[in-house]
Design a protein around this ligand. Structure first.
Ligand SMILES: NC(=O)c1ccc[n+]([C@@H]2O[C@H](COP(=O)([O-])OP(=O)(O)OC[C@H]3O[C@@H](n4cnc5c(N)ncnc54)[C@H](OP(=O)(O)O)[C@@H]3O)[C@@H](O)[C@H]2O)c1
Length: 292
């Protein structure tokens, strides 16, 4: 096995880098935009030309959900066209692809956790670009694995946990929406699921949903962050999405309900998934307040 990991400097890419070197050392080449810009089709083709890679894991993406509403072209270039470049390179060389997608492919009108076969209907530029990436990948590489995940956080890059800790430390009043429901998910747990997929006795292609266990609103998530971090005096107020949007009119629409059903990945790969609060505590213990 020889792996090319793209987007290795992101939240998930960094967690996966650590885990790959702990569990399957020395078989992965790590790239990010500075070493392999995935929007450059020729560079992607060159990177895999000698056929040495058996697997390509794509953790790269344009992830600024609100900014994507203005930077549509750039978002599509990274989340759709670059995925097409990876798909072509994998098709040419026979490499197996693991690609990461998102709960934002759904519109959030459901009341039960989304299954892989449920109808997609993205409501934002970001969600739409990610769905187009799924389609283009599966059209060229039907044996690819797509992991849809949600609400990622880690000690790295920008994410909700680090933003909350930083605002809380500054003594800011914090208002967080209560009517968007999903599952906070540690990037480290997604990385661990990817290792299980790589180590499975058989390659089983398809779309799989992976998040941590449990359900929360963003408000619940914020309250848990401060409770577990011992910052109990931080003032967190619940607000509605309507109120939030009237104050931030240029932001992207988000699914009000985006809980993912994980039965398929658990059954297929024998995964046991931690509850989101357990993983939140483990990640908070790894965040150095000096780096916020
Ligand atoms: N974050 C979430 O809440 C969330 C939720 C659901 C699904 N996902 C999906 O999960 C995956 C990992 O997300 P993440 O949070 O780890 O993302 P991230 O932290 O934003 O990392 C993405 C990485 O991709 C790199 N990248 C951007 N454009 C590139 C290009 N043209 N060529 C090569 N690399 C490029 C970025 O580099 P720069 O930083 O230099 O741009 C960054 O290192 C993505 O597919 C994302 O869509 C994320």
């Amino acid at each position: 096995m020889k792996i090319l990991l793209t987007g290795a400097g992101g939240q998930l890419g960094t967690e996966l880098h650590t885990l790959l070197e702990e569990t399957m050392p020395g078989i992965t080449t790590y790239t990010d935009i500075d070493t392999l810009d995935l929007t450059d089709a020729a560079a992607v083709a060159r990177a895999v030309a000698d056929g040495e890679y058996t697997h390509i894991i794509n953790c790269a993406a344009y992830t600024s959900v609100d900014r994507a509403e203005q930077e549509t072209a750039m978002c599509l270039r990274i989340n759709t066209d670059a995925v097409a470049n990876i798909a072509k390179a994998a098709y040419e060389t026979g490499a197996k692809v693991i690609h990461i997608s998102t709960d934002y492919v759904f519109d959030g009108s459901a009341h039960l956790p989304y299954r892989e076969t449920d109808k997609v209907n993205p409501t934002s530029v970001y969600g739409s670009s990610k769905r187009k990436g799924e389609v283009v990948l599966l059209s060229l590489c039907p044996n690819a694995i797509i992991l849809r995940t949600a609400w990622l956080y880690s000690p790295y890059n920008h994410n909700f946990v680090k933003t909350m800790l930083s605002l809380g430390a500054k003594g800011r009043k914090i208002r967080v929406v209560t009517d968007q429901i999903g599952t906070p998910t540690a990037a480290a747990d997604v990385a661990s699921a990817i290792i299980s997929i790589l180590k499975a006795p058989q390659w089983i292609p398809g779309i799989f949903h992976y998040t941590d266990e449990g359900v929360a609103s963003w408000y619940d998530f914020a309250k848990a962050i401060f409770r577990i971090a011992g910052m109990t005096d931080v003032d967190v107020k619940p607000i509605s999405t309507a109120d939030y949007c009237s104050e931030n009119p240029s932001g992207a629409a988000r699914p009000p309900y985006s809980v993912l059903n994980k039965q398929l990945i658990k059954k297929t790969f024998g995964l046991s998934i931690p509850h989101w609060e357990e993983s939140l505590a483990a990640t908070l213990a790894r965040i150095n307040p000096e780096t916020l």
